[in-house]
Design a protein around this ligand. Structure first.
Ligand code: PEP
Ligand code: MN
Length: 337
């Protein structure tokens, strides 16, 4: 249940309503919008008669929420959420371009790619230090050393860094070292991990699970939001279907659907969706037009010898020419790259 207070309701009146809700035994989450204060009720609301609440003068309306997620729900937070990452923003008018290799491999590799993607217009650098590989015998990432190299690349370029956290064991390290924590598709339903990243304020990119519905993705986001971290960015990265020509099926429809039901920013990862470098350009363009708030693209200086995901990585020149098209499309969508 969601309670929308009348505009300009005083703190005192809001406190009165909160007291009433607490008497019903419900927990309250408050959202302070531009014009409205919204109170979200968590707990058993079935015995609450909305008429009793409506009798209070300060309440504009009482909404029964059908969806099982509350803080991620647009009803709770009607305006788009905009997430600040240093002096950059994700969501609203700003279109985020996150680019970089699948994995950090060496200082020379990550620094040179960071410089190239920055020159082309990317505003964030990605790079995996801890890699979730299907086979335990595949390259697992440079781990701690990889994080150090990402920090060097950030120092050299000023680009904020995005990297995947796989275990709570490294939470403090990531909270300290990276600018955005990525939770990968395989960990979208690792609820203990989600709860822990919910306890810090660091922005989180939450990638859609390989077989997750949109509702499951939003409920995973709810785990983070419920703990108090409101800086969640959702990422559509393709889902598993019967189709074999593509690594995953990019669910473009998920973008407008998420935007309708949630206020959280949505980015698209066309690299892991298509799984082939030549699919990245059309899918990235489509993502902009479908209303995404950003994209995450794998770029490698030597894809043929990449330790991970070379087949889906763009060379820096290709990325630079794609950026030119994306800037034009973003303009049409009234977004700024
Ligand atoms: C990645 O972005 O490096 C990655 C492993 O992606 P996903 O979790 O979407 O498979
Ligand atoms: Mn990858």
């Amino acid at each position: 249940m969601i309670i929308v207070m009348k505009p300009k309701t005083s703190e005192k009146e809001i406190a009165k309503v909160k007291k009433k809700i607490a008497d019903f035994g419900c927990e309250i989450h408050e959202s302070q919008g531009l014009n409205y204060t919204i109170l979200g009720l968590i707990g058993n609301t079935s015995s609450i008669d909305p008429g009793v609440l409506m009798a209070l003068d300060s309440i504009e309306k009482v909404i029964h929420v059908q969806e099982p997620y509350m803080k991620a729900n647009r009803l709770f937070h009607p305006e788009d959420t905009v997430i600040n990452v240093g002096d950059k923003k994700i969501g609203g008018e700003d279109f985020a371009v996150i680019a970089g290799p699948c994995s950090v491999e060496s200082e020379e590799q990550i620094v040179s790619i960071a410089k190239e993607v920055k020159k082309a217009g990317a505003n964030f650098l990605r790079g995996g230090a801890f890699k979730p590989r299907t086979s335990p015998y595949s390259f697992q990432g440079l781990r701690d050393a990889g994080l150090e190299l990402l920090k060097t690349a950030r120092q050299e370029t000023g680009l904020p860094i995005v990297s995947e956290l796989m275990s709570t064991e490294y939470l403090d390290r990531f909270a300290e070292d990276v600018d955005i924590i990525q939770i990968g598709a395989r960990n979208m339903q690792n609820y203990e991990l989600l709860k822990e990243v919910g306890k810090i304020k660091k922005p989180v990119i939450l990638k859609r699970g390989l077989s997750a519905t949109i509702e499951e993705l939003l409920l995973a986001a709810e785990y983070i939001l419920a703990q108090g971290n409101e800086n969640v960015i959702l990422c559509e990265r393709g889902i598993r279907t019967f189709e074999k020509y593509t690594r995953n099926t990019l669910d473009l429809g998920a973008i407008p659907v998420i935007k309708k039901y949630s206020h959280l920013p949505v980015i698209v990862d066309p690299s892991h969706a298509g799984g082939l470098w030549w699919l990245v350009e059309p899918m990235a363009k489509a993502a902009v037009v479908a209303g995404a708030d950003g994209i995450m693209i794998e770029v490698h200086n030597d894809p043929a010898n990449a330790k991970c995901d070379g087949q889906q990585s763009l060379k820096p020149e290709k990325f630079a020419s794609l950026m030119e098209s994306l800037k034009e499309l973003a303009r049409i969508q009234k977004k700024i790259i």
